[in-house]
Design a protein around this ligand. Structure first.
Ligand SMILES: [Zn+2]
Ligand SMILES: [Zn+2]
Length: 135
């Protein structure tokens, strides 16, 4: 692998591209891409921050319809394949259940196990109410 290819892999991973898409665009084998990513810590967290209308698995454009959650895969096949190849990301999508510390309402949050309040409003309310208790 050349330095240029390495740089491209890094950049593409930061954009959220899947191993197959990177391998295809650089003309190298997917295993090469994968082991490079593993060695360089590019297997996990980088991909999820990206909102892109390109399929994460194959890089094809994904048609987006407004008003719904952005689609990140062009097809079910790609989605299944991508998650199969990125098992390290599955727990980052976990849904946690909480009881709001302010209003007592039950709520759920994606991928964040440290939520205390169901909304920003409850957070603010709780802060104002609870202020000065150490006085
Ligand atoms: Zn696809
Ligand atoms: Zn609440």
């Amino acid at each position: 692998m050349t330095d240029e290819q390495k740089e491209k892999i890094t950049a593409l991973r930061r954009e959220g591209s899947g191993y197959t898409a990177i391998a295809n665009s650089l003309g190298i084998s997917k295993d090469t891409v994968k082991s490079f990513c593993r060695r360089n810590g590019l297997t996990g967290t980088t991909a999820k921050e990206v909102t892109s209308d390109k399929c994460r698995e194959c890089g094809k454009r994904v048609p987006q319809s407004s008003g719904t959650k952005p689609r990140i895969f062009c097809s079910k096949k790609c989605r299944v394949k991508w998650w199969h190849e990125h098992p390290d990301q599955i727990n980052q999508r976990a849904v946690y259940s909480f009881v709001c510390a302010n209003c007592g309402k039950k709520f759920t949050a994606y991928g964040n196990c440290h939520r205390k309040y169901c909304s920003h409003e409850c957070y603010i309310n709780a802060r104002f109410r609870g202020g000065g208790s150490h006085d």
